[in-house]
Design a protein around this ligand. Sequence first.
Ligand code: ARG
Length: 271
Amino acid sequence: MKRLSKLGLVLILGFVLLLSACGTSETGSKDSGKSGGDEKKTLRLVTDAAYSPMEYMDGDKILGFDIDFARAVAEEAGYELKIDHVGWEPLFVEIDGKNADLAISSITITDERKQTYDFSVPYYLSTNEILVPEGSEIKSGADLKDKVVAVQIDTTGHEIAASILGENHKDIRPFETTPIAIQELLSNGADAVIADKPVVDEYVKNNAEQKLIIITDDSFEQEFYGLLFPKGSKLVEEFNEAINTLFENGKYVEIYKKWFGEEPDIDALKA
Ligand code: ARG
């Protein structure tokens, strides 16, 4: 009996030693010069996962181009990510209150947002599009003037609607999410939706039976997405470096092709 437990103890000790040896060699190679601890630091990332194919829920999993991209960037910078779907307006509150370290959510880099937040370098080039039912008389942004326009609240699409119809116009219908805005269009509560190109394109492709068409308007500006950080965050520089590495080492191209089936124009992001 005594002998047995001694043997057990030796075995356990040996196992523990083995484990810790493995642990050291693994972190030793990964932890290239970063100070403090062997463990990778976990950052909290918040998103609005109702923007397929950029970020969306699949059961209880959060997937999308942005999510793959954010994970790759974090890994390159030496961090682990804990990703929470909190919603669009809440994500800004979380970042503002420093309850999250960063956000990704197809967030357009704008001068107004830059006053309150810090952004990474651009990682995706987009623009807004107009979604209307087949046969609609809307052919351009200007045609929205006397129409009811559904948007996701406080998005650049909302801003465009406000610039065409006038600030606080009663015919602008702001919703918490883009899918709800599209639902409003489908139930004839609105004549059009304004939202980001990758999301509108994917929606129309996947829902052909709903007979919606896309109107593009060349006067809608190009928009660049960035990672969002609390103002003054020390992470910005590290993440910018990591993003540039992914641009160069093929990882960005790989993720982009996986989601969009074509080559990205990385030079356009650097312009
Ligand atoms: N790009 C637009 C903006 O920054 C819309 C982004 C909405 N993103 C989302 N995940 N719902 O205002």
